[in-house]
Design a protein around this ligand. Sequence first.
Ligand SMILES: Cc1cc2nc3c(=O)[nH]c(=O)nc-3n(C[C@H](O)[C@H](O)[C@H](O)COP(=O)(O)OP(=O)(O)OC[C@H]3O[C@@H](n4cnc5c(N)ncnc54)[C@H](O)[C@@H]3O)c2cc1C
Length: 500
Amino acid sequence: MTEPSPDKFDVLVIGGGITGCGVARDAAMRGLSVCLVERDDFASGTSGRSSRLIHGGIRYLEHGQLHLVYESIRERQALLRIAPHLVKPLAFTWPIYRGARVGKLKLSAGLLLYELMAGGRSLKHSTLDAAQTLEREPRLEREGLTGGAVYYDACTDDARLAIANAVAARQLGASLMSHTRVTEIIRQRGGDKAVGVLTRSQHSGEMREIHARVIVNATGVWANAFNGDERLQRARGSKGAHVGVPRERVGNRDAVTLISNVDGRVMFCLPAGPQAIIGTTDTWTDESPETVQASSADVDYLLRSANAYFPEAQLTSDDVISAWAGIRPLASAGSSNPSAVSREHSIATDRSGVINVTGGKLTTYRSMATEIVDRVQDALGQPKKVAATDSVELPGADRPEKIARLQNDDSSLSPPLAEGLPYTGAHLVYGVQKELAQTLSDLLIRRVHLAFETRDHGKSVAPRAADIVAPLLGWNDVTKSARVRDFEEDIARMFAIGSR
Ligand SMILES: Cc1cc2nc3c(=O)[nH]c(=O)nc-3n(C[C@H](O)[C@H](O)[C@H](O)COP(=O)(O)OP(=O)(O)OC[C@H]3O[C@@H](n4cnc5c(N)ncnc54)[C@H](O)[C@@H]3O)c2cc1C
């Protein structure tokens, strides 16, 4: 997607993950002229590979990160308000076993604090005895179960939350360029100041100069590539893997919070339609974010941890429908244990004036964006305006009706793309028309989750999907075949189980 631009934008954002898309929306709402450049698709990086939780982060209480928990809870409430179509309350059962690191008292105290921080605006937790815990989650291990608790957080569609922010920014006049890589930051002749970027289109190879008064580097785990200022903290990556298995094999009804029997880390077994998603791991990595994959050791760890809680499941690698990984860009890298490193973000302006952001969470993107755009207005020498990002609804609430109308108008768009999944040709058409999708990966990985939810990751569906969207995207038979091949390469890169 390449859009016309003024001679010089107020702000140019590099990176269309949740951070960059949130910044673009906030800045456009304040009336700034905005350009957002994304090398691949919106949310194709870490923002499309998260645990899809909008949560206070109960586990951060253990590490004493009260400020982060408070901010996350406040943001969870804001997102439930502005995106009820994308952010939904989710009940978590936390079972407790004899001798557990987090016992009943500690858990109750933590959950009470969690609710106090929400100022009474969240659903109340309840403590459970063993029988009540099993009533909620009958397939849990019974041996040693002493009780548990049920508490509430929220879940989302991570990729579509980022995309909704991009769509909102565009509706407010922002120029969006996806599948376009920033190859270089342009400096003022004879000086250091950043004045624009050089971009290269992924599809046409076209190079372009774009000028801006302020540049924001929101490239997450890629951020170091543009950080030539040794005074600034460098982002360090922690890898997190997930596996999706048939939910009927595990039998979880809601979300279940687990403490892994392997290493004592908090992890989750999450409901995702017909799948249960088990995640996540947390290990330092220097792997490339473009090729990172779940390893067989990651898969083994996740299955062993889940099997200890759901012994009837006896999950093996044959049950794995898909496995994938993302890399957390962490701002502080001092600890040997990545789980103990704060998920707080850091914002720093380098000597060329580029505003760099590292760290943060999907949950806190909106407040992070506010802080970043405050910095942008400082750099522009403007008084700070307030954008109503916490009260104006994100676009897309009418998606179900729009999809039903497409199916009504053209019955060939109604049949499911894959058996047992709710996605149809109309979802793809909607993805192109309303959600900025340009490729089959944009559609089958991020506008719908078909690639995560089928064993062949959408390979058999891709030719039909290409036929459906070809007229909208101007593809002929040659480009159609090329796009199917690109998709096959993308899914092989993302879903293959690696050796390290
Ligand atoms: C396994 C895992 C689970 C997680 N679960 C949760 C969760 O449940 N809840 C939560 O709140 N947080 C969660 N997080 C954290 C959250 O996902 C991240 O903090 C967040 O997605 C980071 O977003 P970002 O926009 O900073 O980075 P990214 O999403 O990685 O975006 C950066 C973008 O920059 C683009 N880019 C890079 N280089 C260039 C270039 N040269 N030109 C143009 N574009 C470029 C990339 O393509 C990418 O799209 C999780 C993280 C991981 C890894």
